[in-house]
Design a protein around this ligand. Structure first.
Ligand code: MN
Length: 228
C-alpha cells in the first residue's frame, strides 16, 4: 500500500498529572449506573444489565478549556462522572483482575443534548447525536491508578456557578468499575487507550451559555468547563 491519501487525523489525548499525555483510542460510556439517576430518567434501576454507548475520541475537551454550546439543542445537560483509562487491553477480563487493566482515573463530564437523546429514545433510534457530538466530553487531568487504589468509594460532585447540582458517592455505582470493565470486555476486546465514563449520579440538569461547571471526584481530581 502507498501512503495515506489525506493527513492522518491527530491522536486525542488526556494530560497526565506530573506530565505526559495518555493517548485515547475509544470512549465508552455506561448508561444509568446510579439508581437515583436511573429513577430520575424514568427507568427501573433494579432490572438492567450495564449498557454502553460511545463518544468519538475527538469529543474530549482538555485543559479546562471552554465548551461551546452545541448546535441543534435547547436542552444541554451535565453528567458528572468518574472516568477510567485502560492501560492493558483484554477480552473476557475477570472481575478480580479488572483493576489491573486500569492505567488511571480522571473526572469527566458526559455532556448530553437531552432533547435529542429523549427524542431518539422515544423513536427507538440511536443516541449518537444526543451524546457523541463535538466537544461533548470535558475531562480533567488523569492520575495513575496507584494514586487511587480503591475506586469503590469517594465523593463525586458537580457545582454550576458555585451551586451544588450533583452529589453522590462512587459506592453507589450500580456496576462497580471492576464489574463494568469485566462486562464491557465480554462485548468488545478492550485495548490500551480506551476510556470508560462510568455513569452519572442524580441531579442532571440544563446549563446555558456563561455557566461555569466545576466537578470533583474525591481522590482523583477535578474537571472545569465554561459553556460559551
Ligand atoms: Mn453519562
Amino acid at each position: 500500500m502507498s501512503g495515506y491519501v489525506i493527513s492522518p487525523p491527530p491522536v486525542s489525548s488526556v494530560p497526565v498529572a506530573g506530565g505526559g499525555a495518555f493517548p485515547v483510542r475509544r470512549v465508552f460510556c455506561v448508561g444509568r449506573n446510579y439508581a437515583e439517576h436511573a429513577r430520575e430518567m424514568g427507568s427501573d434501576p433494579d432490572r438492567e444489565l450495564p449498557f454502553f454507548f460511545c463518544k468519538p475520541a475527538d469529543a474530549l475537551v482538555t485543559g479546562d478549556a471552554d465548551m461551546p454550546y452545541p448546535t441543534m439543542t435547547t436542552n444541554l445537560h451535565h453528567e458528572m462522572e468518574l472516568v477510567v483509562a485502560i492501560g492493558t487491553g483484554g477480552k473476557d477480563i475477570a472481575e478480580a483482575d479488572a483493576l489491573s487493566h486500569v492505567w488511571g482515573y480522571a473526572a469527566g463530564l458526559d455532556m448530553t443534548r437531552r432533547d435529542l437523546q429523549n427524542a431518539a429514545k422515544k423513536e427507538g433510534k440511536p443516541w449518537d447525536m444526543g451524546k457523541g457530538f463535538d466537544q461533548s466530553a470535558p475531562i480533567g487531568v488523569l492520575i495513575p491508578a496507584a494514586g487511587f487504589p480503591d475506586p469503590t468509594k469517594g465523593k463525586i460532585e458537580l457545582k454550576v456557578n458555585g451551586k451544588l447540582r450533583q452529589v453522590s458517592d462512587l459506592s453507589k455505582l450500580i456496576w462497580s468499575v471492576a464489574e463494568t470493565i469485566a462486562f464491557l470486555s465480554r462485548l468488545v476486546a478492550l485495548a490500551p487507550g480506551d476510556l470508560i465514563f462510568t455513569g452519572t449520579p442524580e441531579g442532571v440538569a440544563a446549563v446555558v451559555k456563561g455557566d461555569l461547571l466545576e466537578g470533583v471526584v474525591e481522590g482523583v481530581g477535578t474537571v472545569t468547563a465554561r459553556i460559551v
